[in-house]
Ligand binder design. Structure first.
Ligand SMILES: Nc1nc2c([nH]c(=O)n2[C@H]2C[C@H](O)[C@@H](COP(=O)(O)OP(=O)(O)OP(=O)(O)O)O2)c(=O)[nH]1
Length: 144
């Protein structure tokens, strides 16, 4: 019998600007799905809370410091490279200037998105965000 796959826990930040735009960034070279658009974040390390992991990741990747983060949704996605559990936090308060410290690209997007492809694990959350904004799910970009 094979052991059940262990989840990789991931903290993800949905940064929402005053005009409701959402921050997306590309996955750096060398990672699975390099070049795909995603919400910034990364794996939770042993002993970290979701908020601590997100604060660390956003500082490492983007150079910003977030004030706080509450988990909004939790989703799972089964990729060939990992079974991930994504802890999604909306973030509206941060300080510092954005610096792409991993060579990634970033952009602020309104819904519907005009970038693609997007990581498949982010699609459910885009659908919820669209629903919150009274937009039909169909407007959300499909994964490539
Ligand atoms: N950051 C982020 N990860 C996502 C999203 N959607 C989604 O399925 N994921 C998945 C992809 C990866 O399997 C996992 C995040 O892991 P990662 O490899 O990017 O994390 P990391 O920066 O800590 O990586 P590492 O190089 O330290 O190993 O979560 C999303 O919107 N944002």
């Amino acid at each position: 019998m094979t052991a059940p796959r262990k989840h990789t826990e991931v903290a993800v930040g949905i940064l929402v600007r005053g005009d409701d735009a959402l921050l997306l960034s590309t996955r750096p070279e060398g990672k699975p799905y390099a070049g795909y658009w995603e919400f910034p974040g990364g794996k939770i390390e042993a002993g970290e809370t979701v908020e601590q992991a997100l604060r660390r990741e956003l500082h490492e990747e983007l150079g910003i410091t977030i004030a706080g983060a509450d988990v909004w949704k939790v989703t799972e996605h089964d990729y060939p490279h990992a079974l991930v559990r994504l802890h999604w936090c909306k973030v509206t308060d941060w300080s510092g200037d954005f610096e792409m410290r991993e060579g990634q690209s970033m952009c602020w997007q309104q819904l519907p998105l005009d970038v693609s492809p997007v990581l498949p694990g982010a699609l459910p959350v885009l659908a919820w965000l669209a629903e919150e904004r009274g937009l039909p799910n169909a407007v959300v970009t499909p994964a490539a």
